[in-house]
Design a protein around this ligand. Structure first.
Ligand code: PAF
Length: 279
């Protein structure tokens, strides 16, 4: 496995390999969710490249960036064991040398949900992801569905800019208690984790309600919020039910829809979602 730290070297690596390349962009602190992406990338491509870069441009507060978990040695050993060919691990000076002035803004999809609470976040994501696509030139790129809005925004950017890469969203991986895996979960206290479990449980209630023929968004949202309010120390940011394509709020679940929850627990932002459809 090659560990590559410069843009020049990753370009050289790309020009030397032939066949399909799968890219798994990450910010490190890898867990089983990331490794499931690596696994599928290995099945679908001739070469796997994983990037590890905690991207300062997508963080609102400096302290969130500074405290983001970093576990480089463990990450590299997991990737080595998984048969990854190249790990691209630039530092911020290398990635943004010459202070990038370009921004990529995907209109409409980015001003709501996570974008409302984290202004500029998706511009930062789009900038770094498009730089990674330009440098690695992958045939396929793998993203976790836990960040459903991110997947939707990146897909839109790729379509709008005719980027020659296929986006492959992969299912959320969960712990035994249902909590969606996230690099941030390691910061939860025992009682915080108890509270956080209300998030997947609320989504399960929603799934059950839709299965039982309940399509009123108002009613379903109220049920989910009521369940979440039973959790101590869980500050709900939003529970939204939106159209899968436009991310616009719905009144009724009469088409493929996303149920999205964001909440703060132990100062950690947790997000999760569920795909539902009335048909
Ligand atoms: O989902 C993430 O880990 C990040 O947003 C990504 C896609 C690696 C861009 O920094």
């Amino acid at each position: 496995m090659q560990v590559i730290r410069t843009r020049r070297d990753i370009r050289n690596w790309r020009s030397e390999v032939s066949g399909w390349v799968g890219l798994v962009p990450t910010m490190g602190a890898l867990h089983a969710g990331h490794m499931s992406l690596v696994d599928v990338a290995g099945q679908e491509n001739d070469h796997i490249c994983v990037s590890i870069f905690v991207n300062p441009r997508q963080f609102g507060s400096k302290s969130d960036f500074a405290t983001y978990p970093r576990t480089t040695d463990e990450d590299l050993s997991m990737l080595q064991d998984a048969g990854v060919d190249a790990v691209f691990m630039p530092d911020a000076g290398e990635m943004y040398a010459g202070s990038a002035r370009t921004s990529i803004h995907v209109a409409d999809l980015t001003d709501r949900l996570e974008g409302a609470s984290r202004p500029g976040h998706f511009d930062g994501v789009c900038l770094v992801v498009s730089k990674l696509f330009n440098l690695v030139q992958p045939d396929h790129a793998y993203f976790g569905w836990k960040d459903a809005q991110q997947v939707r925004v990146i897909q839109q950017m790729v379509d709008d800019l005719d980027m020659p890469v296929q986006i492959r969203p992969m299912p959320t991986v969960r712990d035994d208690d249902g909590l969606a895996l996230s690099s941030r979960n390691c910061g939860l206290t025992i009682s915080g984790r108890e509270s956080a479990r209300h998030i997947p449980a609320a989504l399960e209630l929603v799934e059950q309600a839709v299965r039982n023929g309940e399509f009123s968004v108002d009613l379903i949202r109220r049920r989910a919020i009521e369940h979440l309010s039973g959790a101590e120390d869980l500050e709900v940011d939003y529970v939204q039910i939106v159209d899968l394509e436009s991310l616009q709020p719905l009144d009724r679940i009469d088409r493929p829809a996303l149920v999205l929850i964001a909440a703060i627990c132990d100062d950690i932002r947790l997000i999760d979602n569920l795909l539902v459809s009335s048909v």
